[in-house]
Design a protein around this ligand. Sequence first.
Ligand SMILES: *Cc1c(COP(=O)(O)O)cnc(C)c1O
Length: 367
Amino acid sequence: MGAGVVQQNVTRWVRPGIRALSAYTVPDATGLIKLDAMENPYRWPEPLIDEWLARLRELHLNRYPDPHSRQLATTLRGVMGVPDSAAVMLGNGSDELIQIIAQTLAGPSRLLLAPEPGFVMYRMIAACAGMAYQGVPLKRDFSLDLPAMLEAIEQHQPAVIFLAYPNNPTGNLFDERQIGRIIKAAPGLVVLDEAYHAFAQASFMDRLTEYDNLLVMRTLSKLGLAGLRLGLLAGAEAWINEFNKVRLPYNINTLTQASADFILQHHEVLDEQTARIRADRDKLLDDLRAIEGITPYPSRANFILFRTDSGRGERVFSALLGKGVLIKNLGAASGVLADHLRVTVGTPEENRIFVRALLDSCQVNNE
Ligand SMILES: *Cc1c(COP(=O)(O)O)cnc(C)c1O
């Protein structure tokens, strides 16, 4: 078949909503200081790695994994403080949990609503699941526009609302009472996406007992286990039971179950790393505030959003890349994020190199 015929078939059979999407691209970071993806920069102490490897030796990869990840789920409930009355479901990263929620709720006139700018996967997963999507602009300071949210809820009757707490890419925590108002006004589900919980130390987990349309989502990715792919969804059993029908039976593989359970038994290692990252974030914020031509936003996460002088974002991003530092350029994402860049908090050494390179880039720009 010629390429033209293939393209005709693609056009005929692939849903227009999918053809209109662009795949989520991850830039190649080989040889670069990688401060673009909210990863924890630290490894585990050597003795702990040896102990982990000894645990992996005992696994039987010829057998299917436990479809309910029972041991790991029990450990996670304890570490994450899930109320006894709530049920949990695990996902291959929280991205998969978002996908399962969307697939379960999708249908004609079913809509997913989220504030913007926000996590891009909400819109993307809605499109892939065949669900309508409605973004609601945040205020200029990136706080919730409560009247606009309530009006959008009234108008669109969303099946589900996603609120990232703290929000990505803006880094702020939305107001707790405003979130309460949204949960009460929502006709369907509200998912609190607490991907950055370790850095914000604020949560709706204990409010699960208060609202039966609330779900709380966590991930191990930003905590230090991005390579493992594990997310957790907690909420009323009646909801979780339905999601479990959509979840593929063996979505959490044996290596992930054993490794996550192992490191969570030693979670003080991760706690110590995230405490260090929080302290380094505050120092990095001070350093950024001191640079002329840079306006950083306060952050409750492990990244900092900042704005460059008008029209300079692209050049600053490229200049940093030229100096071997990869961060995230959000300028293309939408109008309000023009000239906005996002840097992940790295090791003190990486942060120093980044700040030095940023200073140089800004000076070059000012000539
Ligand atoms: C990173 C991130 C996720 C996805 O995490 P995974 O568990 O790695 O899939 C979900 N929500 C928000 C807001 C994020 O920033």
